[in-house]
Design a protein around this ligand. Sequence first.
Ligand SMILES: Cc1cc2nc3c(=O)[nH]c(=O)nc-3n(C[C@H](O)[C@H](O)[C@H](O)COP(=O)(O)OP(=O)(O)OC[C@H]3O[C@@H](n4cnc5c(N)ncnc54)[C@H](O)[C@@H]3O)c2cc1C
Ligand code: FES
Length: 254
Amino acid sequence: MIQKNFELTKITPINSSITKLAFHAPEIANSVLPGQFINIKVDETTVPLLRRPFSVYYVQENSVEIVFGVMGMGTKKLTLKKIGDMLDVLGPLGKPFNVSDNEELSILVGGGLGTASLPLLQKHLIQKGKKVVTFLGARTKEYLLSSYLTDVRTATDDGSSGYHGTVIELLKHFLFENKKKNCKIYACGPTPMLVTLTNVTEEYNIRCEISLETAMACGFGICQGCAVELKNKEVGFALSCKDGPVFKSNEIIL
Ligand SMILES: Cc1cc2nc3c(=O)[nH]c(=O)nc-3n(C[C@H](O)[C@H](O)[C@H](O)COP(=O)(O)OP(=O)(O)OC[C@H]3O[C@@H](n4cnc5c(N)ncnc54)[C@H](O)[C@@H]3O)c2cc1C
Ligand code: FES
Protein backbone atom coordinates (compact mmCIF):
# COMPACT_ATOMS: atom_id res chain seq x y z
CA MET A 1 0.00 0.00 0.00
CA ILE A 2 1.39 3.39 -1.04
CA GLN A 3 0.45 6.88 0.08
CA LYS A 4 1.86 9.53 -2.20
CA ASN A 5 1.09 12.68 -4.19
CA PHE A 6 0.69 11.94 -7.88
CA GLU A 7 0.43 14.46 -10.72
CA LEU A 8 -2.90 14.77 -12.49
CA THR A 9 -2.19 14.40 -16.21
CA LYS A 10 -5.56 14.21 -17.95
CA ILE A 11 -9.17 15.26 -17.30
CA THR A 12 -11.85 13.94 -19.64
CA PRO A 13 -15.52 14.84 -19.19
CA ILE A 14 -17.60 11.79 -20.20
CA ASN A 15 -20.95 13.57 -19.88
CA SER A 16 -22.51 16.35 -17.76
CA SER A 17 -22.00 14.40 -14.52
CA ILE A 18 -19.24 11.83 -15.12
CA THR A 19 -15.54 12.68 -15.34
CA LYS A 20 -12.44 10.60 -16.04
CA LEU A 21 -9.17 11.56 -14.36
CA ALA A 22 -5.70 10.16 -15.10
CA PHE A 23 -2.63 10.57 -12.93
CA HIS A 24 0.96 9.45 -13.33
CA ALA A 25 1.48 6.73 -10.69
CA PRO A 26 3.81 3.91 -11.81
CA GLU A 27 3.81 2.36 -8.32
CA ILE A 28 0.03 1.84 -8.45
CA ALA A 29 -0.24 1.19 -12.20
CA ASN A 30 2.22 -1.68 -11.94
CA SER A 31 0.78 -3.33 -8.85
CA VAL A 32 -3.00 -2.86 -8.84
CA LEU A 33 -5.22 -5.90 -9.40
CA PRO A 34 -8.76 -5.78 -10.85
CA GLY A 35 -11.38 -4.90 -8.24
CA GLN A 36 -8.94 -3.05 -5.99
CA PHE A 37 -9.55 0.59 -5.20
CA ILE A 38 -7.71 3.74 -4.20
CA ASN A 39 -8.58 6.26 -1.50
CA ILE A 40 -8.19 9.88 -2.57
CA LYS A 41 -7.86 12.94 -0.36
CA VAL A 42 -9.86 15.29 -2.52
CA ASP A 43 -8.73 18.51 -0.82
CA GLU A 44 -5.63 19.71 1.07
CA THR A 45 -7.89 21.14 3.80
CA THR A 46 -9.79 19.04 6.34
CA VAL A 47 -13.04 19.55 4.43
CA PRO A 48 -14.02 16.87 3.70
CA LEU A 49 -12.01 15.11 6.37
CA LEU A 50 -12.27 11.60 4.99
CA ARG A 51 -10.73 10.24 1.83
CA ARG A 52 -13.05 9.03 -0.93
CA PRO A 53 -12.74 5.52 -2.45
CA PHE A 54 -12.70 4.91 -6.23
CA SER A 55 -12.17 1.78 -8.31
CA VAL A 56 -9.14 1.75 -10.56
CA TYR A 57 -10.81 2.04 -13.95
CA TYR A 58 -7.79 1.36 -16.15
CA VAL A 59 -4.00 1.52 -16.20
CA GLN A 60 -1.73 2.26 -19.13
CA GLU A 61 1.82 3.57 -19.52
CA ASN A 62 2.33 4.12 -15.78
CA SER A 63 -0.88 6.09 -15.62
CA VAL A 64 -3.93 5.27 -13.46
CA GLU A 65 -7.46 6.23 -14.48
CA ILE A 66 -10.63 6.62 -12.44
CA VAL A 67 -14.14 7.58 -13.51
CA PHE A 68 -16.58 9.14 -11.09
CA GLY A 69 -19.93 10.82 -10.85
CA VAL A 70 -20.72 13.82 -8.68
CA MET A 71 -22.45 12.65 -5.49
CA GLY A 72 -21.58 15.27 -2.88
CA MET A 73 -18.83 17.57 -1.68
CA GLY A 74 -15.89 15.19 -2.26
CA THR A 75 -16.63 14.35 -5.85
CA LYS A 76 -17.60 17.97 -6.57
CA LYS A 77 -14.16 19.05 -5.33
CA LEU A 78 -12.52 16.42 -7.54
CA THR A 79 -14.17 17.98 -10.60
CA LEU A 80 -12.44 21.30 -9.77
CA LYS A 81 -8.93 19.78 -10.13
CA LYS A 82 -6.68 20.95 -12.95
CA ILE A 83 -3.97 19.23 -14.96
CA GLY A 84 -0.70 19.51 -13.00
CA ASP A 85 -2.44 19.43 -9.58
CA MET A 86 -1.14 16.82 -7.16
CA LEU A 87 -3.54 14.11 -5.93
CA ASP A 88 -2.92 12.53 -2.51
CA VAL A 89 -3.67 8.85 -3.15
CA LEU A 90 -3.63 5.81 -0.86
CA GLY A 91 -3.64 2.40 -2.51
CA PRO A 92 -4.06 -0.04 -4.03
CA LEU A 93 -6.51 -1.23 -1.36
CA GLY A 94 -8.83 -4.19 -0.86
CA LYS A 95 -9.10 -7.73 -2.16
CA PRO A 96 -9.32 -8.14 -5.94
CA PHE A 97 -11.55 -10.34 -8.09
CA ASN A 98 -10.31 -13.93 -8.28
CA VAL A 99 -9.38 -14.41 -11.94
CA SER A 100 -7.86 -17.87 -11.42
CA ASP A 101 -11.04 -19.96 -11.62
CA ASN A 102 -11.40 -22.19 -14.68
CA GLU A 103 -14.70 -21.01 -16.12
CA GLU A 104 -15.43 -21.56 -19.80
CA LEU A 105 -17.07 -18.13 -20.07
CA SER A 106 -16.50 -15.06 -17.86
CA ILE A 107 -19.54 -12.79 -17.71
CA LEU A 108 -19.00 -9.21 -16.55
CA VAL A 109 -22.02 -7.23 -15.35
CA GLY A 110 -21.88 -3.51 -14.60
CA GLY A 111 -24.58 -1.12 -13.51
CA GLY A 112 -24.05 2.64 -13.76
CA LEU A 113 -20.71 3.70 -12.28
CA GLY A 114 -20.20 0.15 -11.03
CA THR A 115 -18.85 -0.43 -14.51
CA ALA A 116 -15.69 1.35 -13.32
CA SER A 117 -14.13 -1.85 -12.00
CA LEU A 118 -14.72 -3.90 -15.18
CA PRO A 119 -12.18 -2.74 -17.85
CA LEU A 120 -9.14 -3.71 -15.77
CA LEU A 121 -10.84 -7.00 -14.89
CA GLN A 122 -11.56 -7.77 -18.53
CA LYS A 123 -7.93 -7.02 -19.41
CA HIS A 124 -6.69 -9.54 -16.81
CA LEU A 125 -9.20 -12.21 -17.85
CA ILE A 126 -8.27 -11.85 -21.53
CA GLN A 127 -4.57 -12.02 -20.61
CA LYS A 128 -5.39 -15.35 -18.97
CA GLY A 129 -6.88 -16.53 -22.27
CA LYS A 130 -10.50 -16.46 -21.12
CA LYS A 131 -13.56 -15.79 -23.23
CA VAL A 132 -15.38 -12.75 -21.83
CA VAL A 133 -18.76 -11.19 -22.50
CA THR A 134 -19.84 -7.95 -20.84
CA PHE A 135 -23.31 -6.67 -19.93
CA LEU A 136 -23.70 -2.98 -19.08
CA GLY A 137 -26.77 -1.24 -17.75
CA ALA A 138 -27.45 2.46 -17.32
CA ARG A 139 -30.24 5.02 -17.19
CA THR A 140 -29.58 6.24 -20.76
CA LYS A 141 -26.91 5.69 -23.40
CA GLU A 142 -24.98 8.78 -22.13
CA TYR A 143 -24.28 6.89 -18.88
CA LEU A 144 -22.95 3.69 -20.48
CA LEU A 145 -19.21 3.38 -19.83
CA SER A 146 -18.09 1.03 -22.58
CA SER A 147 -14.53 2.34 -23.20
CA TYR A 148 -11.82 -0.35 -23.18
CA LEU A 149 -14.48 -3.10 -23.09
CA THR A 150 -15.07 -5.60 -25.91
CA ASP A 151 -18.08 -7.80 -26.70
CA VAL A 152 -20.43 -5.48 -24.84
CA ARG A 153 -24.22 -5.91 -24.66
CA THR A 154 -26.11 -2.92 -23.30
CA ALA A 155 -29.40 -2.28 -21.54
CA THR A 156 -30.89 1.13 -20.77
CA ASP A 157 -33.88 2.17 -18.70
CA ASP A 158 -35.17 4.40 -21.53
CA GLY A 159 -34.24 2.08 -24.42
CA SER A 160 -31.79 4.62 -25.93
CA SER A 161 -29.15 1.87 -26.37
CA GLY A 162 -29.51 -1.88 -26.56
CA TYR A 163 -32.15 -3.74 -24.59
CA HIS A 164 -35.01 -1.62 -23.21
CA GLY A 165 -35.03 -2.69 -19.56
CA THR A 166 -32.61 -3.73 -16.85
CA VAL A 167 -29.23 -5.30 -17.43
CA ILE A 168 -30.27 -8.28 -15.27
CA GLU A 169 -33.28 -8.98 -17.51
CA LEU A 170 -30.90 -8.93 -20.49
CA LEU A 171 -28.51 -11.24 -18.66
CA LYS A 172 -31.37 -13.65 -17.87
CA HIS A 173 -32.22 -13.95 -21.58
CA PHE A 174 -28.56 -14.72 -22.29
CA LEU A 175 -28.29 -17.32 -19.52
CA PHE A 176 -31.50 -19.00 -20.65
CA GLU A 177 -30.09 -19.35 -24.18
CA ASN A 178 -26.61 -20.48 -22.99
CA LYS A 179 -27.50 -22.61 -19.99
CA LYS A 180 -25.03 -25.40 -20.66
CA LYS A 181 -21.98 -23.15 -20.37
CA ASN A 182 -19.63 -23.31 -17.39
CA CYS A 183 -19.89 -19.61 -16.49
CA LYS A 184 -18.69 -17.31 -13.76
CA ILE A 185 -20.15 -13.86 -13.20
CA TYR A 186 -18.21 -10.82 -11.97
CA ALA A 187 -20.37 -7.80 -11.11
CA CYS A 188 -20.48 -4.32 -9.65
CA GLY A 189 -23.38 -1.90 -9.45
CA PRO A 190 -26.16 -0.55 -7.25
CA THR A 191 -27.34 -2.79 -4.39
CA PRO A 192 -30.83 -3.54 -5.88
CA MET A 193 -29.09 -4.76 -9.05
CA LEU A 194 -26.78 -6.99 -7.01
CA VAL A 195 -29.71 -8.41 -5.01
CA THR A 196 -31.54 -9.39 -8.22
CA LEU A 197 -28.34 -10.75 -9.71
CA THR A 198 -27.69 -12.90 -6.65
CA ASN A 199 -31.16 -14.44 -7.01
CA VAL A 200 -30.49 -15.17 -10.68
CA THR A 201 -27.10 -16.79 -9.97
CA GLU A 202 -28.75 -19.01 -7.36
CA GLU A 203 -31.49 -19.97 -9.83
CA TYR A 204 -28.90 -20.89 -12.49
CA ASN A 205 -26.31 -22.22 -9.99
CA ILE A 206 -23.56 -19.93 -11.33
CA ARG A 207 -20.51 -18.80 -9.37
CA CYS A 208 -20.58 -15.06 -8.84
CA GLU A 209 -18.29 -12.44 -7.32
CA ILE A 210 -19.62 -8.98 -6.61
CA SER A 211 -17.78 -5.79 -5.75
CA LEU A 212 -19.53 -3.64 -3.13
CA GLU A 213 -19.40 0.15 -2.97
CA THR A 214 -20.00 0.31 0.79
CA ALA A 215 -19.33 3.79 2.20
CA MET A 216 -15.83 3.80 3.74
CA ALA A 217 -13.67 5.92 6.02
CA CYS A 218 -10.10 4.65 6.57
CA GLY A 219 -10.14 2.13 3.70
CA PHE A 220 -7.79 -0.41 5.31
CA GLY A 221 -9.45 -2.01 8.34
CA ILE A 222 -8.88 0.40 11.23
CA CYS A 223 -12.18 2.26 11.76
CA GLN A 224 -14.61 -0.72 11.43
CA GLY A 225 -16.89 1.63 9.50
CA CYS A 226 -17.62 -0.58 6.50
CA ALA A 227 -19.08 -3.75 8.02
CA VAL A 228 -20.93 -6.16 5.73
CA GLU A 229 -23.21 -8.86 7.15
CA LEU A 230 -22.17 -12.41 6.36
CA LYS A 231 -24.47 -15.42 5.91
CA ASN A 232 -22.12 -17.31 8.22
CA LYS A 233 -23.62 -16.25 11.58
CA GLU A 234 -20.60 -17.57 13.50
CA VAL A 235 -18.29 -15.08 11.79
CA GLY A 236 -20.99 -12.39 11.71
CA PHE A 237 -19.51 -9.64 9.56
CA ALA A 238 -16.61 -8.70 7.30
CA LEU A 239 -15.00 -5.38 6.50
CA SER A 240 -15.71 -4.28 2.97
CA CYS A 241 -12.40 -2.37 2.66
CA LYS A 242 -10.10 -5.16 3.90
CA ASP A 243 -12.00 -8.43 3.35
CA GLY A 244 -13.63 -7.01 0.18
CA PRO A 245 -14.80 -4.98 -1.66
CA VAL A 246 -15.09 -8.18 -3.72
CA PHE A 247 -17.10 -11.00 -2.12
CA LYS A 248 -18.64 -14.23 -3.33
CA SER A 249 -22.32 -13.36 -3.81
CA ASN A 250 -23.41 -16.38 -1.74
CA GLU A 251 -21.33 -15.30 1.28
CA ILE A 252 -22.95 -11.98 2.15
CA ILE A 253 -26.34 -10.50 3.03
CA LEU A 254 -27.08 -7.47 0.87
C1 LIG B 1 -14.61 0.37 -3.16
C2 LIG B 1 -15.38 1.55 -3.75
C3 LIG B 1 -15.16 1.88 -5.08
C4 LIG B 1 -15.86 2.98 -5.62
N1 LIG B 1 -15.62 3.30 -6.92
C5 LIG B 1 -16.25 4.35 -7.46
C6 LIG B 1 -15.97 4.72 -8.81
O1 LIG B 1 -15.14 4.11 -9.49
N2 LIG B 1 -16.64 5.79 -9.31
C7 LIG B 1 -17.58 6.48 -8.56
O2 LIG B 1 -18.16 7.43 -9.08
N3 LIG B 1 -17.85 6.15 -7.30
C8 LIG B 1 -17.20 5.12 -6.72
N4 LIG B 1 -17.45 4.79 -5.43
C9 LIG B 1 -18.41 5.60 -4.67
C10 LIG B 1 -17.70 6.88 -4.23
O3 LIG B 1 -16.71 6.56 -3.29
C11 LIG B 1 -18.72 7.83 -3.59
O4 LIG B 1 -19.62 8.26 -4.59
C12 LIG B 1 -18.03 9.04 -3.04
O5 LIG B 1 -17.30 8.67 -1.91
C13 LIG B 1 -19.04 10.11 -2.69
O6 LIG B 1 -18.31 11.16 -2.07
P1 LIG B 1 -18.89 12.61 -2.03
O7 LIG B 1 -18.10 13.39 -1.02
O8 LIG B 1 -19.02 13.20 -3.37
O9 LIG B 1 -20.36 12.40 -1.50
P2 LIG B 1 -20.85 12.39 0.00
O10 LIG B 1 -21.10 13.81 0.39
O11 LIG B 1 -19.95 11.56 0.85
O12 LIG B 1 -22.19 11.62 -0.20
C14 LIG B 1 -23.24 12.17 -1.02
C15 LIG B 1 -24.39 11.21 -0.99
O13 LIG B 1 -23.99 9.95 -1.54
C16 LIG B 1 -24.16 8.92 -0.58
N5 LIG B 1 -23.00 8.02 -0.74
C17 LIG B 1 -21.71 8.31 -0.50
N6 LIG B 1 -20.94 7.23 -0.73
C18 LIG B 1 -21.77 6.25 -1.11
C19 LIG B 1 -21.59 4.90 -1.45
N7 LIG B 1 -20.41 4.30 -1.45
N8 LIG B 1 -22.69 4.17 -1.78
C20 LIG B 1 -23.91 4.74 -1.76
N9 LIG B 1 -24.15 6.03 -1.44
C21 LIG B 1 -23.10 6.76 -1.11
C22 LIG B 1 -24.16 9.59 0.76
O14 LIG B 1 -24.89 8.83 1.71
C23 LIG B 1 -24.87 10.89 0.44
O15 LIG B 1 -26.25 10.74 0.40
C24 LIG B 1 -16.78 3.72 -4.84
C25 LIG B 1 -16.99 3.37 -3.50
C26 LIG B 1 -16.29 2.29 -2.97
C27 LIG B 1 -16.50 1.93 -1.54
S1 FES C 1 -13.28 1.75 6.04
FE1 FES C 1 -12.28 1.67 7.94
S2 FES C 1 -12.45 -0.42 8.47
FE2 FES C 1 -13.24 -0.34 6.47
